[in-house]
Design a protein around this ligand. Structure first.
Ligand SMILES: [Zn+2]
Ligand SMILES: [Zn+2]
Length: 337
């Protein structure tokens, strides 16, 4: 037994060692911060164009809130590093099956497709698991879709563990560093998707994620909710049945199902966490705790739903728990409120 362990240890030590360190984990994502001034400048040019040339009402307060979010995120990442997920990815790297040399086009192609596949599932989980949605809701909070929304990404990714979706790539032999290079490239690609100025792009729409596909992703109408999760590619949405295309009879409504109107970066960063922990305080069983944290974002504990109804009653001057309250709630539900 000892001999086997020794051989395994030898096999590990004979692998080409990497010089990257855990603290270097977020270095590819740093690029996103260093190009931020350029992205913000392009986003401002878009705002100027929309306002001056198209006569549109551009939300400059949302523009600056997104900029503050991006700067705040960098500060949080500096403070927290790559978080638990980063440490775990490095642990997996130490126990990987193989080392894939990045010296051929095939390796890079494999990395690209593999990263897109993992990103698709991470993004889908971001939308359907509330613990992950608490961070990702920030990206969906702008009520207008423009380029400034692209870098509003939330601050809490280092603690959410979403990076674990990339663990299979590391396990089969892509280093955490090259996986992050691929992810940073993916996120940078997505910048241009956040605009209404580019229409449909013909055959490119079959394979690539485009502004038309991503506008649908940012819409909160029931017809479009939780669709088009792809990063650079849209093929996994086609494959796994999550593709939606904008319909002529249903204009896109951007933002969250319950729109967020604040421009305060702190409230933007933490509003969904606050709502989740408020629900958690109303959870009355292990099942309710489990579903509050890991169920879909629209699920709420029974007591929390009652508290919301009581809030509606109180806001309308009715007494919670009385018949008049039930009438107020029913009237609101009938109006779709
Ligand atoms: Zn999303
Ligand atoms: Zn987006």
């Amino acid at each position: 037994m000892n001999g086997g362990g020794h051989r395994r240890a030898q096999a590990r030590s004979s692998r080409p060692r990497t010089t990257i360190r855990h603290h270097a984990m977020d270095s590819p994502l740093k690029v996103l911060f260093f190009v931020l001034p350029l992205l913000a400048l392009i986003a401002a040019a878009e705002g100027w164009y929309l306002q001056r040339r198209r006569g549109r009402d551009y939300d400059w307060r949302a523009y600056f809130a997104s900029l503050a979010d991006a700067i705040g995120r960098r500060a949080v990442v500096i403070a927290l590093g790559s978080g638990v997920a980063g440490a775990f990815l490095y642990w997996i790297w130490e126990h990987r099956l193989a080392t894939i040399p990045m010296d051929s086009a095939w390796s890079w192609l494999g990395l690209f497709v593999g990263q897109e596949f993992c990103y698709y599932w991470m993004h889908r989980a971001d939308h359907r698991i509330r613990w992950l949605w608490a961070t990702h809701a920030v990206h969906h909070s702008p009520n207008q879709l423009n380029l400034s929304a692209a870098y509003r990404l939330g601050w809490t990714a280092p603690v959410s563990g979403a990076a674990l979706f990339f663990a299979p790539l590391v396990y089969i032999g892509f280093s955490p560093l090259v996986v992050l290079v691929a992810l940073a490239t993916n996120l940078l690609y997505q910048f241009w998707l956040h605009t209404e100025l580019i229409g449909r792009l013909g055959p490119l729409e079959w394979v690539l994620n485009t502004p038309a596909h991503h506008r649908v992703h940012h819409a909160s109408n029931p017809e479009y909710l939780d669709r088009n999760y792809g990063g650079v590619l849209i093929v996994f949405d086609r494959l796994f049945g999550t593709l939606a295309v904008e319909r002529a009879d249903t204009p896109l409504v951007y933002g969250l199902v319950k729109p967020l109107t604040t421009h305060n970066p702190l409230k933007i960063a933490f509003h969904a966490w606050w709502a989740m922990f408020r629900d958690l305080a109303h959870a009355r069983s292990v099942r309710e705790v489990f579903l509050t944290l890991l169920g879909p974002p629209e699920w709420h504990p029974a007591a929390s739903q009652q508290a919301r109804r009581d809030d509606v009653c109180a806001a309308r001057g009715a007494v919670p728990g009385k018949g008049e309250c039930a009438a107020v709630v029913a009237a609101r539900a009938a109006r779709g409120g």
